[in-house]
Every structure is written in structure tokens, then in C-alpha cells.
Design a protein around this ligand. Sequence first.
Ligand SMILES: [Zn+2]
Length: 241
Amino acid sequence: MERVDVIVFAAHPDDAELAMGGTIARLSKEGKKIMIADLTEGEMGTRGSVELRREEAAAASKILSVNIRENLKIPDGNILLSDDNLRKVVGLIRKYRPSIIFAPYKNDRHTDHIDTFHLIKKANFFAGVGKYSVIIDGQQSEFYRASKIFYYMQTYEFDPTFITDISAHFQEKIAAIKAYGSQFYSPGQTGPETMISSKGFFDYIEARAKVYGFRIKKEYGEPFFCEEDIELDLSNYLKGF
Ligand SMILES: [Zn+2]
């Protein structure tokens, strides 16, 4: 199995696009191999069906040039820190051997996002424990741990460890979010209004990208948090001046 550079873990289809669609587009356009792993099919969502969201996720992946998208089919609203779920995620990490993992920040309005944080953090740790046995395709998997987990921002804000410049990819991010026609505002769309289906939601997405862009003197940005220190390569940094 060919390894990937990055796995973006998300509780629901559309979370990855909303929180870091610009960063995904930027990395994939630079030739990095990107995988999005949605933990659930979003079947508890107020709007849209599982089938529709599956089609929408495929369309969004295409816009962002994502190489692989998998769905772990964990029940929506019930992302338990169970042995079964842990093995699913550890199996994926060991199979695709990403250098970096992205996951939801530790606190959020939606408790599925918090549960995903705990599951991914534990899974990346145990993926690197030799005696933690997971069978993949009938074979004992080799232990492997991604070097870092970077956490992305959903509803609740945090002080970022770093911000990525997504100015050149903001439009792709918006196009990928709009691919989820059942979830977000589109003229003439029917169904009960939710927080994210209101007309003002896209203004909010743009405003946040502008705020974090401004903080790094760019047009648009996406914020991330890391629990560990990150080295800054000063020589490389100085080349940017
Ligand atoms: Zn979500």
C-alpha cells in the first residue's frame, strides 16, 4: 500500500472542507498525497441523506484533489473510545503511514468533534506501540506513529500554534463547501434551517479566513493548534525575505 503524506480525520463529511479546505487544496496542488477519513456518514444530520452526502463528499474531494477518501462508518453521534473504533483508526494509520495527521481541536460545541479528538489522539499513540496488535488484510500490521497531530478549528476558537496562507486556494475551499448542497445555503433549497444552512454562514466562513489571514499579513488563512513544540527552520524562514 502506498503511503500518504497527510490524513485528515473528521467526525462528519464536510468538517474537513469547512475547517481546512484551503490547506488541503494547497497541499494537494503541491503534489502531496492527501487522504480524508470521515469517521461517520453524518446520518444524524438535520438535512440531507447518507447517499446524498456520500455523493457530495466525492464531489468536494474532486475539487480539492484529495487522493483517497474513506468512511469508517462509526455511528454518528456515538463516536466511542472503544477497542473496536481504536483498531479501525490504528489500522488506517498503519496502512497509510501518514507523516502528519489532522484532527478536530479538543474542545468544541459538537461533542462528536471532542470524541474524535480523543479517539485520534489515542489511536496515533497506540499505532506506534509494537505490542498493540491489529490485523490488516489477514496480516499483522507493523507499528507506525505519525510524527505530529495538528488540530483544526471548528466552532470554538483557540490561540493557534501556526496559521497557513490559503489566499490562492480560498475559492476552492468555498467551492468544496458548496458541493455539500444539502447542508449549506443555496437559493431555493428546502428543509429546516440549521446554523450552517443560513445565508450568513458563508460570510462567517469568509470573515474567519480573513481574520486569520490578516494575522499573518495574508488575505486568507486557516489556524491550527499543536500540543507539542514545532521547530522553526530560521534559515529557510529568512529565504522568504
Ligand atoms: Zn462535524
